[in-house]
Write a protein that binds this ligand. Structure first.
Ligand code: SAH
Length: 369
């Protein structure tokens, strides 16, 4: 809850203090952790009367882990805790190559939830627990950046993160941004199943999430494009590890897509999975123009029967707005075709009906007629 939503705030409110919140008539409406230094003064942990404690946090963790075990198997690499969406605001926990990687984004997550949950996390039997607190949003909470082991020995090199049988090499302790995004797992599988015999372009490829699946699905060729040299280097390493052939290029995708359409290149399947173009509401119009632009350029590369897999992960962009941008691109590109599917994030990034922001990832599959 924002500071402005409160009538009375105790003057001695301590950083990371657990507080109860009451309505104007004095009825307790919930409890959460406070951060007097943040514009979000209290993050609600529970709407119940009882005050959260370590046992409460452990129950939430257990529930989240049990769900992942059901969805992905015991000990599988996945996002185990997805913050608010798993009832643990500010805290992300991922299992990667058997290590647990803990990312607290708020003061309360770092000072309250993490101490409560460290022991239960260790009891899950990981090879080690890494604190990876590198999100720039931490500065709004008055927190610096931290990257270190909380438990166990550091891995000797990159760890092997497994996703449906494909291996991604991830440096857990290097400051470089070569992590892995689990949220697109199911959509990568969809692309894999559509790739047989097709020439595939993976634009905004990062470390090869989609491209490696396309290669395994029997693509006749895979070209990947990312503006980050580090990401492309990691992609090449991943391709080699998986015995896949990917033509990986360091390139701005806006320029690359345009150059390819000018050169009349053809791809039978194009994946667009860009970074969030809108970081806030005010960026939405510019973001929609950018989405339209890349979709238009990608559509020009597709022959009839070609497939476009286009995604947005901007929290501020709704599915409706995104579809509007794609539709507008289709009109300009003279692209007519069918929507094969509209999909969201995989199950380890749950969407909660009462928290619209948890529905941030939209992935649309289209085929040109
Ligand atoms: N598809 C990936 C995730 C993509 S994340 C996967 O499945 O894992 C977004 C990526 O876009 C990042 O790797 C970032 O380096 C890249 N990127 C950002 N701006 C770009 C641009 N203008 N051109 C090409 N790549 C860009």
């Amino acid at each position: 809850m924002f500071r402005g939503e409160f009538q009375d705030v105790p003057g001695d409110l301590a950083p990371a203090e657990i507080v109860q919140v009451a309505d104007a008539r004095g009825h307790v409406v919930g409890a959460g952790y406070a951060n007097p230094a943040s514009s979000i003064l209290v993050r609600i942990l529970t709407r119940a009367e009882d005050v959260p404690d370590a046992a409460w946090a452990r129950r939430r963790l257990d529930l989240a882990v049990t769900r992942r075990t059901g969805d992905f198997g015991d000990g599988a690499d996945a996002r185990l805790v997805h913050a608010e969406a798993d009832g643990l605001p500010g805290l992300v926990v991922e299992r990667m190559g058997g290590y647990l990687v803990v990312s607290p984004d708020t003061l309360g997550a770092q000072e309250v939830l993490l101490p409560w949950l460290l022991e239960p996390l260790v009891q899950l039997g990981p090879r080690g627990v890494v604190l990876r607190a590198v999100s720039p949003s931490r500065q709004h909470e008055g927190l610096g950046l931290e990257l270190r082991m909380l438990e166990g020995k550091p891995p000797e090199g990159p760890v092997e993160v497994r996703e449906d049988g494909i291996v991604y090499l991830v440096d857990l302790l290097s400051g470089q941004k070569t992590g892995h995004y689990f949220d697109q797992r199911r959509n990568r599988g969809r692309v894999e199943r559509l790739s047989h015999g097709r020439r595939v372009l993976d634009a905004f490829s990062y470390t090869g999430g989609f491209g490696l699946h396309a290669a395994r699905g029997g693509a006749s060729g895979v070209v990947a494009m990312d503006s980050s040299q580090e990401a492309v280097a990691a992609l090449r390493r991943n391709a080699e590890r998986n015995g896949a052939t990917v033509d990986a290029r360091v390139e701005n995708a806006f320029d690359g897509l345009r150059a390819m359409s000018q050169a009349r290149e053809r791809f039978d399947l194009v994946v667009l999975d860009p970074p969030p173009f809108a970081r806030g509401r005010s960026h939405v119009p510019a973001a929609l123009r950018a989405y339209k632009e890349i979709n238009l350029r990608a559509m020009r590369l597709l022959p009839p029967g070609g497939i476009l897999c286009t995604a947005t992960c901007s929290h501020a962009v709704s599915l409706e707005d995104f579809l509007g941008a794609v539709r507008s691109a289709a009109q300009d590109a003279g692209f007519s075709g069918r929507i094969l599917g509209v999909h969201g994030a995989d199950r380890d990034h749950p969407v909660r009906i009462e928290i619209p922001e948890t529905d941030y990832l939209h992935c649309v599959l289209l085929t040109k007629e």
